[in-house]
Design a protein around this ligand. Structure first.
Ligand code: PRT
Ligand code: MG
Length: 215
């Protein structure tokens, strides 16, 4: 089904699993990129629809581009959205792709209820909110990647990270200690674009909703 899009739309996507898993949904909505992002170095991709462009952005930057209206729509993981806070965004659709779990993990002997537990993570806001909700005082240490290393070298007792198969934890002698959130990618929309380009965005959201199989 081709969505009836009559206004120019920029859609923010990140390379990697978000792009790969969103593509079949967009294709079902009648929108396909004209270049392959894996071989092209372009950051703005034309599509089969003359009014629709894909903007390729680092995953954590997608909500920021959409919030400021530099892209009308975007696809971002719930983990990224929780850290961003969701200001200026509507989140109308769970795309049910790029699924994983946000978890507290550590060495098998780690005591998650320990006083002044040290947590290394790139998900600082999610970690703070989760432990505040438990009424537990913790120290959160901000990292930008490779969280699994932190408990191995004594930077922290536990980490907060995304877990899919569990292979990364296992390979480093770590175990999941507590499930925090189920994560999947969400469609986000700039609030002003939603008003200004309502019919076009509604058509695209409707087509994507159908592609996801969510009614
Ligand atoms: O890698 P980069 O820093 O460029 O950006 P990014 O890591 O944010 O992008 P990307 O493409 O890796 O992830 C985009 C989104 O995919 C995330 O925001 C999540 O919402 C979602 N997603 C789904 C995942 C995973 N599954 C996942 N397994 N993101 C990351 N991982 C990593 C995880 O952090 C850990 O290092 O994979 C590892 C765990 O996987 P298992 O299978 O070993 O458990
Ligand atoms: Mg990654």
């Amino acid at each position: 089904m081709t969505a009836e899009i009559a206004a120019p739309l920029k859609i923010a996507l990140s390379k990697g699993r978000i792009f790969r898993d969103t593509l079949p949904l967009l294709r079902q909505a009648g929108v396909e990129p004209l270049d392959d992002p894996d071989t092209s170095r372009k950051l703005i991709l034309a599509t089969s629809h003359p009014l629709v462009k894909f903007v390729l952005i680092r995953a954590t930057d997608v909500p920021t581009y959409v919030q400021w209206g530099a892209a009308d729509l975007g696809v971002a993981g719930k983990d990224v959205l929780m850290e961003h806070g969701g200001e200026g965004l509507y989140e109308p659709l769970d795309l049910k792709i790029a699924r994983c779990r946000m978890m507290v993990a550590g060495r098998p002997e780690a005591d998650i209820s320990a006083r002044r537990l040290r947590i290394a993570t790139k998900y600082v806001n999610s970690a703070r909110a989760f432990f505040a909700n438990r009424g537990q005082q913790v120290e959160v240490i901000k990292l930008y990647g490779s969280m699994e290393l932190a408990p191995l070298v004594g930077l922290s007792e536990v980490i907060v990270d995304l877990v899919e198969s569990g292979n990364t934890l296992r390979a480093n002698g770590l175990v999941p200690l507590e499930h925090m959130h189920d994560i999947s990618a969400r469609l986000v929309i700039n609030k002003a674009s939603w008003k200004m380009k309502h019919a076009s965005i509604l058509a695209l959201v409707g087509a994507l909703r159908e592609a996801v199989g969510d009614d």
